[in-house]
Design a protein around this ligand. Structure first.
Ligand SMILES: Cc1cc2nc3c(=O)[nH]c(=O)nc-3n(C[C@H](O)[C@H](O)[C@H](O)COP(=O)(O)OP(=O)(O)OC[C@H]3O[C@@H](n4cnc5c(N)ncnc54)[C@H](O)[C@@H]3O)c2cc1C
Length: 484
């Protein structure tokens, strides 16, 4: 439903006329994130300050209109997709680094700051911000907080939650509060920890205090080349079980490398079954010894070649291949759907074999590019949405793959969140009591179905009165709202 002219005027008075978009041609730009679901907002509001976010929240609530927070829209589980005629609050204009505190190794940033820009801003000080999603050139720190994002180097450094000291949050009723503090030791309940990963359902992060770390003295980057996925994935457990925790340990299979080689000149082998991109970092003496040990472990599992990057340029090239891999999927097919399951590392060979069987049986290609050290799989289903009936087949294959991960003792998400995508699967892992306990958090934060409705929980009620399950919800809402 279009917004009432009264609410449009009120929102314009809060953020300024140019920053309220409500014409259909402006809105369709905001119907996507990086997942395969879509939903058009009833309006998009682009605030520039905490006060403006609070004002927008209050105005929408008073009008009974739901809102969906949005960062850069790179999310892979549909979290930023507006459902039930929600107004999108896009945080992209709040993109300032407000303070860099070298002595206390922290920075205070607005939520729309791009992840990589933090490390770039403190590089000359010998510092960096550790969590490095492969989307780090594009994704916002607010989105990272909402998803508790990971990244290749989170194997060693831990995910976003370990690097956020505090966040200012606007709650559903417009109240502004701080969760956590600059010491990282705020007394009482760890509401900061609860908020991180809450996918925009408990409030909007408007200022974020991030931890900065000193850059490591030395880094060694290696590419181990294998004939088989089994040997590559077996090496992962050998290395970690052997007592070395690399900073990063990423895997690409043959299909993943085919896409990367077609799109980017990064020197990945064209005829291998799989590669592991492994990085160790720290003090020079330790790193040199660890790199030797890691290379020996790779050879011990039949790596046919182990390359050590000799220069920063070589290192950058190897990482460009890994971090550009998802974008490179366009070389295989026009559309992709990236899954996000976690399995115990020791189960990687078996689970990857079973995923290959699903691919062969369904006739749908599933390249694998993922955070192997964490057991965090990203089977990437590639397809052409113009093929009749393909979306239903892709969703079925996605469900089968997630089932394999859960049956192997894994989890539904390592870092991309549940969003719209996986809410139907929540009851594979949680029973009704578990889900009911989690749902109690929302009212405790003063939140309800007016704040990012239809996300995370199966059967979420939507502001337009519709209810149902997961993707079925989306379809119903579109039918009810007539917005597609
Ligand atoms: C090529 C590619 C590679 C990727 N690689 C990784 C990876 O390695 N690791 C990883 O973890 N993810 C990865 N992702 C997923 C995605 O980049 C992350 O989930 C990222 O954190 C999303 O940030 P965003 O700013 O784009 O958020 P959006 O997609 O805009 O929003 C994501 C969620 O955050 C909420 N949100 C956004 N801003 C706020 C805020 N200020 N306050 C409250 N809620 C908010 C939204 O409502 C939504 O639920 C990748 C995505 C792509 C496209």
């Amino acid at each position: 439903m279009p917004l009432s002219p009264t609410l449009v005027a009120e929102l314009q008075s809060i953020v300024g006329k140019p920053y309220v978009l409500y014409r259909p041609e402006d809105l369709i730009v905001f119907e996507f994130d990086g997942s395969i679901d879509k939903g058009v907002p009833s309006a998009v509001v682009l605030p520039d300050s905490t006060e403006q976010v609070a004002g927008v929240m209050r105005a929408c609530r008073a009008a009974g209109v739901s809102i969906a927070p949005r960062g850069a829209g790179t999310g892979l589980s549909g979290g930023a997709i507006p459902l039930g005629g929600s107004v999108t609050i896009a945080l992209t204009r709040m993109n300032r680094i407000l303070e860099i505190d070298v002595e206390n190794r922290m920075a205070v940033v607005q939520p729309g700051v791009i992840n990589l820009h933090i490390s770039q801003a403190v590089d000359h000080l010998g510092l960096f911000y550790a969590p490095d999603p492969s989307s780090q050139k594009a994704c916002s720190i607010g989105g990272n907080v909402a998803e508790n994002s990971g990244g290749p180097h989170c194997l060693f450094y831990g995910a976003t939650t370990n690097h956020i000291l505090a966040t200012e949050v606007v709650l559903a009723d417009g109240t502004v509060t701080w969760l956590g503090d600059r010491t990282g030791h705020a007394p009482g309940y760890d509401l900061r920890g609860v908020f991180i990963g809450s996918e925009g359902t408990l409030g909007i992060a408007t200022t974020i205090v991030v931890r900065l770390l000193p850059k490591p003295e030395t880094v060694r980057t290696m590419l181990a080349v294998y004939d088989t996925v089994d040997d590559a994935s077996g090496t992962v457990s050998d290395i970690i079980g052997g007592g070395v925790l690399p900073a990063a340990m990423e895997m690409l299979d043959a299909l993943g490398m085919k896409a990367v080689n077609a799109a980017l000149n990064t020197g990945y082998p064209g005829d291998a079954g799989a590669v592991l991109l492994i990085e160790v970092e720290g003090l020079l003496e330790t790193v040199v010894a660890e790199a030797e040990w890691v290379m020996a472990a790779c050879r011990g599992r039949n790596a046919r070649e182990v390359r050590l990057a000799e220069t920063q340029a070589e290192r950058d090239r190897l990482w460009a291949g890994r971090k550009g891999a998802l974008g490179a999927m366009g070389q295989l097919a026009p559309n992709y759907y990236t899954l996000d399951g976690v399995v115990p590392r020791t189960k990687l060979p078996e689970v990857l074999r079973r995923i290959a069987e699903v691919s062969a049986r369904s006739g749908i290609l599933i390249p694998n590019i993922f955070h192997a050290g964490d057991g965090n799989l990203h089977p990437c289903i590639v397809f052409d949405e113009r093929e009749p009936g393909i979306e239903a087949r892709v969703l079925k294959v996605g469900e089968e793959v997630m089932r394999i991960c859960v049956d192997a003792g894994g989890a539904l998400s390592g870092e991309h969140g549940i969003g719209i995508e996986k809410q139907d699967f929540m009851d594979w892992i949680f029973n009704a009591q578990d889900l009911a306990a989690m749902a109690k958090l929302r009212p405790a934060f003063g939140s309800d179905d007016l704040l990012n409705p239809g996300k995370i929980f199966p059967g979420a009620r939507l502001a337009c009165g519709e209810s149902g399950h997961g993707r079925a919800n989306v379809k119903k809402v579109m039918a009810a709202g007539g917005y597609l």
